[in-house]
Design a protein around this ligand. Sequence first.
Ligand code: ADP
Length: 513
Amino acid sequence: MQAGTQNKKLKTSSKNVAGRGVESTSYQNRFVKGIPFKFDYEASVESTEVVKIKSQNELFIGGKFVKPQSGKYFKTLNPATENVLAEVAEANSTDVDLAVLAARKAFATWSKLSGHERGRYLFKIARIIQERAREVAILESLDNGKPIKETRDVDTPLAAAHFFYHAGWADKLEYVVPGRSVAPLGVVGQIIPWNFPLLMAAWKIAPALACGNTVVLKPAETTPLTALLLAEIIQQAELPEGVVNIVTGAGETGANLVDHPDVNKIAFTGSTDIGRRIQKAIAGTQKRLTLELGGKSAHIIFEDAAIDQAIEGVINGIYFNQGHVCCAGSRLLLEESISELFVKKLKKRMQKIRIGNPLDKNTDIGAINSAGELQKIQNLVGVGKTEGGEFFEPNLTLPSKGYFHKPCFFNGVSSAATLSRVEVFGPVLTIATFRTPEEAVLKANDTPYGLAAGLWSEKGSKIHKVASRLRAGVIWANTYNKFDPTSPFGGYYESGFGREGGRHGLLGYLEVK
Ligand code: ADP
């Protein structure tokens, strides 16, 4: 940590803000060393003993935290309280230049290190993420609004897993394309969104480094804090300076990185709109590009599925992470014979969802990441209400402060309706029916996107047959939203191109000779 920065050290307590009477005990207590349990929502959502939030956060360039040349800072909020968590440096084009320069300088030595040595650094980063997992998970919940049980059980362990997995590849790159030799690309610019801030950073940085590239990463402007914590972890791991640089800022900072002449590749995850803009910006240059964009993924339930498990799969498919998931199962397709029963059970199950304080281990749905995103979701739900179909939302109480949206669905929505076509990126599901597997395939593929799909059936042959006809990069059977660093992730059509994760993901960071 930089000398002279002021640490905020606040107390933690917990309460289920939906007022459902569920008290967090063991897990929360482990986080609240020595502090008596206080049911004070205002205090509880702000911070904890183990997280020290710097009031002013700098850029991470050349292995050091440095003040921005721009002299500017922006605020990042806790979306569950609307309170400011910290100020963060805003990188301008000079700052981006300095970061690219540091990455270029580091490339000369990093790319020459043996794979074994690079792998050791990645292992070290993975181990430190594990050691600091509590701190990471809490900070992510505070800055993003997602429930602690997700940051604790999904985001943080998966971030470590990406470093572990790619550490293993670093000295085996000759097996990525058997019979061919490979070389790193150079300096990679990586731009990530706010829905899985730390996980996206790990997902991007780990393969790039394993392949011998150096990195300039730009986190999203509403969730920069865990990327900066990762910078601290990288310092702690003694990664050679300049191998990873982190420039915080908004779209303009991202555009400066995209336009920088000394960047060899851009890896972007975010909206289809910005993805298109980036594609245009680098057209005609030598830069490589991978895009992981939006989705409108179909979740198909056949009549022979295990219904109760499928209900859980659907809940997880769309309401996990407040629906801020590019591969969310946002279009539910039910075989007509079970649709009535399924919808009845779904409503009952949704009534049990707990929404509220992200730091409560019992919370299922936390805060929407920003006021802008909440407004966007509310607008689209408004449009949905004018387009027909049965609208349902459970009778849950939302916290009085913060950006929250109830989980909901529209049942009986036509394929042409706005909500069947547009990515909401929130806890909003559409439901339609089908009569035959052929009709299910037609409806599932009737989208400009092609990121993911889910299938539920007890018949393996049906799953294989239908899956082979779905135009989606990721297909889950009898589960949903399961992520693994060994599995390539990416889409078709407007969901982007290129794969991340697995052997295929490495191809995006290598020149094949
Ligand atoms: P989302 O829909 O998830 O908010 P965006 O596509 O708006 O995603 O943002 C994803 C990332 O892209 C963020 O880090 C954001 O700052 C960055 N970004 C936004 N505009 C641009 C741009 N014109 N060029 C490069 N990056 C951008």
